[in-house]
Every structure is written in structure tokens, then in C-alpha cells.
Design a protein around this ligand. Structure first.
Ligand code: FES
Ligand code: FES
Length: 153
């Protein structure tokens, strides 16, 4: 049994130590906001926050979560009213939406580290994220909106 600190609550998880956190979230806890893309760390669809920094949930075993604090898209806001979510809506970023929880968590991570990231910092942060719908230009628009408005939390 492992205590998982997730979205400001503690969950007691009865699962194998080596189970990837992505499986714990989706299959054990039923939190399906974090999406499964590749399962091998190459698409970033499963991005969540670990102690405020973007990580890929498919690459972290349950055992390695000890002592860390995690946030998923479900924990970002109650009603989708986090500034990053609002900017995403305003710029109409999502198409199918599948990759967007990971993109939004990446944006939160970057903006918590750098209040006004440069275009190259934004490109670098999102460089490992795959969007089959090609929403990259609108992600950049939403990031510009957030940087220019100074809103991030
Ligand atoms: S599902 Fe985790 S990186 Fe693709
Ligand atoms: S919005 Fe469809 S995969 Fe990104």
C-alpha cells in the first residue's frame, strides 16, 4: 500500500510497486483526464505535474511517487477556470482534444518556472508533445495571450 499525494489529497493505492503512475491514475483511480498515448515516453500526452514540474506519468512507477506531490488536469481547477484553461478556450486550441490535458499541464509547468517565457523557451517546452491534429500554432497563440496578460495562476 502506497500513499499517493495527488491533487491535494492522499490516496491509499494497493497496486504493484512497478505499476506506471499513468495506469494508477486511469485504471486504479478512474481519473481518465490524463491520456495514454504511447506508454513509452515519446509523445508527452500523459504529462502531469510532479512538485509543480511537468513529468510523463507513463515513465514514473508507483514506488517512485513516494514523497512527491502530483497534480493532474482534474486537480487544476474545479470548473475549468484556471487561466491556462481559459486561454486555451479563448484561442480555441483543442481539436479532438486528446493531447490537450498534457499540453495544458506543460504550459502550467513552464509558466510556474518562467513568468514570461521566450518563444524559443515555449518551443523547447512543447517540443516533445505530439498533437496529431496539428494545434501547435494555436498553442503558441494561447501562450502569447498568457504571457502578455501576465496571468498564470
Ligand atoms: S503516454 Fe506517456 S509519453 Fe506517451
Ligand atoms: S488536439 Fe487532437 S491530438 Fe492534439
Amino acid at each position: 500500500m502506497i500513499d499517493l499525494n495527488l491533487n491535494e489529497k492522499t490516496f491509499k493505492i494497493d497496486a504493484p510497486d512497478e505499476m506506471p503512475l499513468l495506469w494508477v491514475l486511469r485504471d486504479v483511480l478512474g481519473m481518465t483526464g490524463t491520456k495514454f498515448g504511447c506508454g513509452v515516453g515519446v509523445c508527452a500526452t500523459c504529462t502531469i505535474l510532479e512538485n509543480g514540474k511537468a513529468v510523463m506519468a507513463c515513465q514514473i512507477t508507483l514506488e517512485k511517487t513516494k514523497g512527491n506531490r502530483y497534480t493532474t488536469i482534474e486537480g487544476l481547477s474545479k470548473d475549468g477556470d484556471h487561466p491556462v484553461q481559459k486561454a486555451w478556450v479563448q484561442c480555441d486550441v483543442a481539436q479532438c482534444g486528446y493531447c490537450q490535458p498534457g499540453m495544458i499541464m506543460e504550459a502550467c509547468s513552464l509558466l510556474s518556472e518562467v513568468s514570461s517565457p521566450s518563444e524559443s523557451a515555449i518551443n523547447k517546452a512543447f517540443s516533445n508533445h505530439i498533437c496529431r491534429c496539428g494545434t501547435y500554432p494555436r498553442i503558441k497563440q494561447a501562450m502569447s495571450l498568457l504571457v502578455n496578460s501576465g496571468k498564470k495562476e
